[in-house]
Every structure is written in C-alpha cells, then in structure tokens.
Design a protein around this ligand. Structure first.
Ligand code: UT7
Length: 326
C-alpha cells in the first residue's frame, strides 16, 4: 500500500515581531521588506523556548485535532531542524520520550527542505515495511541563530513547528513522487558554523546565519522550476492536474515565479509568509495546515510541495490527499 499524510498539527510562538519593530533597530523599512519579500511579521520564540518545545506543541496540536489514536502505531520519529537544542541527544529522542512512544528516533539536517526529505524517508520506510507510522516534525528557532545586526537576513526568518503522521493510505492516495537534490558547491551561500569554522572551499563561518541572498534567490527560482516539473512528471501527471501548490515560504517573488511557470492561479497557491516569514523546515506544514483549515484541500486533490535551502538542497513531492485520514 502507498504511504501518505494521515494527520497534521502546528505551532507558532505567540510573540509577534513586525516590520516596523525591525525598523526601530535596523536600517530597514516595512516598504523594503514587503516589496522584496512579501513578509509583514514573524513569530519569535521566548528566551527559554527551543526547537523541542515548539515540536511538543505541534504534536499536541496534532493530538488535539486527530485524537490520541493518531500516534498509536508510530514506531519512528524524525525531527527535521536546522536549529536543534543539542548535537545529542537528538530532538526526536526527546519527543519519543515525551509522548511515551515505542519508536526509533533521529534528527535530519538538510536545510529548509528537511521536512520534505524526512517525508521521503518516512514514506519509503512505510512502503518497505520497515516502519508502520512515522511522526515527521519540522521545528525551528531561527531567531536564536539570527544575526540581529544583519538586515539582509534578520528580516527574513521566523520560528515555528509542524508535525505530521505518515502511514499507509489506500491505493490511489498518498505520495506519488519525490525529487530530492543537493549541490554542495553552493554551500558558502548559506551557512552557520558548528565544530569546523571553514568550509572545504575556505569560506570562514560564524555562529550566526550568513546568507548571500542574491545567489540563493537565483538558485531558488531555478530549482523551484526544475524540481516541480520533475515531480509532476514522475507522478505521471500534467501541470493542469495540480490542485494546490504548497511551496516553501521564503519570498513571494520566488513563489510567484514558480506559480507562473506552473500556470497556476493565485487561488491554487498557499501563501502565509506575510504572517510567519521563512520558518525553514516548518514552513510547508504551517502552510498546509492553513490550507486544510480554510477548506482548500479535498479528497483526491493532487498537492505539490517544493522547498530549497542551505546545502544547497532542494526537494519536491506530489501527494494525493486522502480525505479519510485519521
Ligand atoms: O530558505 C532559503 C533561505 N533564503 C532565501 O530564500 C533567500 C533568497 N533571497 C531573497 O529572498 C532575496 O535575495 C532577499 C530578500 C534576501 C534580498 O532581496 P534582493 O532583491 O536580492 O536584494 P539585494 O540583496 O540585491 O539588495 C538590494 C539592496 C542592497 O543595497 P544596494 O547595494 O543596492 O545599495 C542591500 O544592501 O537592498 C539592501 N538591503 C536592504 N535594504 C533595506 C538588503 N537588505 C535590506 C533590508 N532593508 N532589510
């Protein structure tokens, strides 16, 4: 049987940081941020709130929406994050313990596409019979690794988390394709140091996010185009079959370029970056849940996901929505 999404929950911290707030301590403006990115505000975690805390709240939301049985058969937990609480123990193991799961647990680091990479892992393991159900979480506290003096990055990111359960779905539903890719030659365009302070090409790294925005922008427009078309083709579908496009929420101009190439109307595109900014691995689950809450997703709809980020990496997937999800 194919694997697909069965349940979803999300969380964003309460604290809102608006463009005007940023303009009070950075040389920037609401006008610049809005026209260049589409972002109006973002959520910021409390001092003592980390990726684990946000992930717990997203799982609690999932349980609230779908009931306790949603986690009943979960035997693996994957947390995709670029801002883990610790190198080890991995955040997924803390989640396993917190919810009393009998499950394997690991974190996955693949830039913003981490949640899609994790879904691909989960779907593959469910289809291969290695796992029954997998809890796939994207959780980020980018505010803690943002250089608040760097206007070129500080205005972009936000904190949040999303959690999904992947399991068996009936024939004709679930994931129809995955496209995953990486090009490490672009690693210096977006980086943050851990143990080593330089990349193989000699680029020096610091302990706050560094990004060459223009380079990432050009890369993003290119891979959003090629990865989505490849995912649609692999799924055995045409562009016109896509009902809803749920892209990574990084920049409205990047989303618009992809929308145009796909020939989609704005009503078919989920956008919420004006409220949350770029929440990295949490951005697609946050957008998907919003689409579900707005009644935009119906049984049998083909959904298209795509993301790009540090690595540089990219991922796209086509998923046929199963309306009978638990
Ligand atoms: O999840 C993946 C994460 N990364 C991304 O998605 C980033 C992709 N890139 C982008 O979204 C865009 O490149 C940015 C929004 C980051 C920047 O937009 P841009 O149109 O590429 O602007 P730019 O970097 O070419 O900068 C244009 C000007 C520069 O001034 P000069 O050199 O023309 O005088 C910047 O210094 O805008 C200046 N600038 C700002 N001005 C006001 C850069 N950041 C700001 C700012 N406020 N926050």
């Amino acid at each position: 049987m194919p694997a697909g999404l069965l349940a979803l929950g999300t969380y964003v911290p309460e604290k809102v940081l608006t463009n005007e707030d940023l303009a009070s301590f950075l040389d920037t403006s609401d006008e610049w941020i809005t026209t260049r990115t589409g972002i109006k505000e973002r959520r910021i975690a409390e001092k003592n709130e980390y990726a684990y805390d946000l992930a717990v709240k997203a799982v609690e939301d999932l349980l609230h929406r779908h009931g306790e049985e949603a986690l009943a058969e979960v035997d693996q937990v994957v947390v995709a994050t670029n801002a883990p609480d610790a190198y080890f123990p991995n955040t997924a193991a803390l989640i396993q313990h917190r919810f009393g799961l009998k499950a394997a647990a690991y974190d996955l680091l693949a830039g913003c596409p981490g949640w899609l990479y994790a879904l691909a892992q989960a779907a593959g393991q469910v289809e291969a019979g290695i796992a029954r159900r997998v809890l796939v979480i994207g959780a980020e506290v980018l505010s803690k690794i943002t250089d608040w003096r760097d206007r070129s990055t500080a205005v972009l990111f936000g904190d949040g988390a999303g959690a999904a359960v992947v399991g068996q779905v009936p024939e004709g539903y679930g994931f129809r394709s995955f496209v995953l890719g990486a090009d490490g030659s672009g690693g210096s365009a977006l980086h943050l140091a851990a143990l080593a302070h330089s990349l193989p090409d000699g680029t020096r790294m610091g302990h706050k996010i560094y990004m060459n925005g223009r380079e990432v922008f050009k890369f993003a427009v290119r891979v959003m185009d090629t990865a989505t078309l490849e995912a649609i083709e692999k799924a055995g579908l045409e562009k016109r079959d896509i009902r809803l496009f749920v892209p990574h929420q990084a920049n409205l101009r990047i989303i618009d370029a992809a929308r145009e190439r796909l020939g989609l109307d704005w009503e078919q595109v989920v956008v919420n970056l004006h409220k949350y900014g770029n929440t990295s691995t949490a951005s697609i689950p946050l957008a998907l849940k919003e689409a579900l809450d707005r009644g935009l997703v119906k049984d049998g709809d083909h959904l298209l996901f795509v993301s790009f980020g540090a690595g540089l990496t990219w991922a796209a997937a086509v998923h046929t929505w199963y309306g009978g999800a638990a």
